[in-house]
Design a protein around this ligand. Sequence first.
Ligand code: TRP
Length: 368
Amino acid sequence: MDTVNTDEPSGEIASATFEESLRISNQIWPDISVNPGKYRLLTGDRPTGSLHIGHLFGSLQNRVKIQNFGVTTFIVIADYQVLTDRDTAGAVSGNVREIVLDYLAAGLDPFAGNTFIFPHSHVPALNQLLLPFLALVTMPELDRNPTVKEEIRAAGLRTVNASMFTYPVHQAADILFCRANIVPVGKDQLPHLELTRKVARRFNERFSPEKPLFPVPHGLLSDSPTILGLDGGQKMSKSRNNAILLKASPEETAKLIKGAKTDSDRRITYDPANRPEVANLLKVAALASGRPAEEIAAEIGDGGGGKLKGYLTEVLNAYLEPLRSKRREFAKDPGCVPNALKRGIDRANEEAEKTLEAVRKAMGMRYL
Ligand code: TRP
């Protein structure tokens, strides 16, 4: 195995800007169901906690949809990446279990077929790709990554360890080890994807100019709206305590929604620019009920925030019930999570070893 399919679904186009990424992403979407064999997906999450409804509507549902089109789907649980902004990884194994249960409940199927879930700590050859890749990027490139800067700011770090600056290169290894060509991500991950594209191009130019070894992957952006936290002002996030977890009970869900921030205008209208908190509740109600947000707003009208929250609680709990009951079933079986990961780890190791061997050969590092 020396060469890989570097067919680019939409040609070799730099996607330096958000608009450009969005344009290419919008070209790829309709082709996926027509030509699933042309694509290989990799995406992933940091195991810092259980997943919430923002993850479900923003990314999990898309992964499941693409999986069901028949695309080979790799999901990395980026456990080493947990160490970028904290000293201990103590909670990691519990978080990995919770995340895998969330994946299964949402409909990813790692037990059969083409879906592979693995923590990158268990795939040594993937991690080894980091070493040649580090030689393909410059310090200023690492230093000016806007997402890294924002994470340092948000975590309030006084000293920053080197993995905070190098994890985007590790992420290139996560993506390129299996030669994925589509990477569903949120907007904040686009700088990392841009770096991955540079690593792929530079490796190909420097070490395998005749037959490019790596595909240059494309980001796949979701069309679902960003869900804000229940405090209204910022993204939903477990660490900000403003999230509805997938595994929450109906009662916990009701309580969280009851405490959600609204505004002083009693009449409910859908106005995302001027009334972000109310609009956010309406958006979630729309996603859960399948009805337009404006229609729900008009129906509630003078009923006010209380009525809106009652309606949201009802439709969201009803929508999540099948997922939650599946999750409870999976959680009862202690073998479930290890079995799901075992198959993913085995396949990821196979892919990574093949790729590492091809990389060593391309670099002229074969001596036996
Ligand atoms: N950095 C991503 C996050 O914070 C997680 C991640 C790690 C990832 N490796 C990846 C995402 C590869 C997409 C592709 O959520």
